[in-house]
Design a protein around this ligand. Sequence first.
Ligand code: HEC
Ligand code: HEC
Ligand code: HEC
Ligand code: HEC
Ligand code: HEC
Length: 218
Amino acid sequence: MAQIFSRYADQSLRLALVAIFGGALALMTIGGILVRSDYTTLKGWVVEQPVPFSHQHHVGGLKIDCQYCHTAVADSALATLPPTETCMTCHSQVWTDAQILEPIRQSLARYEPIRWNRVGALPDYVYFRHDAHVHAGVGCSECHGRVDTMPLTRRVETFQMQWCLDCHRDPAPHLRPRESVTDMSWNSQQDRRELGERLMQAYHVDARNLTDCNLCHR
Ligand code: HEC
Ligand code: HEC
Ligand code: HEC
Ligand code: HEC
Ligand code: HEC
């Protein structure tokens, strides 16, 4: 026993040291990358949901408008998520036996809303309003990307302060006609800056105060 121990101890100690230092080095490298990477901002990450709801099928395929489900988006701070009844207007007729929709049926039977996991929430100390952006002609896709191509919803922007400010400093090239904000495939045939400058005037968008701290921190 003692012999085996002494014969291999030195070697395994050396191996252990290599493993520890190698591991520490690898961790430091990975850590350094992570702080700057999408890992910390959750950008690009898919969020698991109680029901695998697909915008690709419902928006891209069935062409249902965003506001059918996110009813408050043009009139209030929140876009809101649809109640189970909204799903049931169709799913009491189609896919009625599908196992995948069982949580929806349970939710209706028990009067308990589905608990969707948030994809892109801001911290509480940040003030944000959807209606102001919709009225100024900022398309949903500017901030949420092409959700019509997403089988599961993921975050495409960092939602960090710098990202907000980048647009607030110069919003013109991000604007489109109001009636097209939910149109995922809208593509201007015109010069975006020229169009944007015109829309800023038409919609009375004043970019002068858009970087004031108390606009977003009240
Ligand atoms: C048939 C209903 C329906 C339609 C139509 C719909 N959505 Fe959704 N949306 C949902 C449901 C349900 C969720 C919650 C599950 C999820 O995150 O995928 C959701 C979640 C989201 C989220 C993630 C919110 C978060 O932070 O948790 C965004 C962003 C979003 N929708 C944008 C859109 C946009 C933009 C459109 C139109 C192009 C649209 N949705 C159309 C039902 C719908
Ligand atoms: C306007 C009608 C309509 C509404 C509203 C609707 N669905 Fe659907 N849904 C469909 C149809 C049609 C299919 C079959 C799609 C296919 O096979 O391409 C479907 C399919 C599904 C599927 C199966 C997987 C998939 O995406 O094909 C799930 C899960 C689902 N819906 C969840 C929901 C949820 C959750 C809601 C409410 C937030 C909802 N649906 C609202 C029409 C609707
Ligand atoms: C200027 C960027 C921006 C635009 C434009 C925008 N959103 Fe959002 N959206 C956000 C942010 C930021 C959040 C997170 C808000 C929070 O957590 O307080 C969010 C959250 C959501 C949510 C989650 C529920 C909620 O209200 O918090 C849904 C659904 C949503 N957006 C849908 C839409 C739809 C549909 C449109 C287009 C009509 C749209 N958004 C346009 C930035 C935007
Ligand atoms: C793609 C462009 C864009 C992005 C990204 C954007 N905004 Fe805005 N935001 C605007 C425009 C344009 C206005 C001006 C609306 C007006 O004056 O009518 C605005 C106005 C606002 C207002 C004023 C609302 C009011 O009622 O006074 C707040 C608050 C705000 N944004 C917060 C945010 C926050 C927080 C973020 C980041 C999470 C953000 N915005 C990201 C374009 C953007
Ligand atoms: C257009 C909206 C907007 C404006 C204007 C804005 N902020 Fe922020 N701020 C944010 C958002 C969004 C976050 C959350 C960032 C995150 O979650 O990473 C934030 C976070 C912060 C934080 C927390 C620490 C951090 O960086 O994450 C501080 C401190 C802060 N802001 C200070 C300021 C000051 C000072 C000003 C004025 C010079 C300002 N902000 C203007 C949107 C804004």
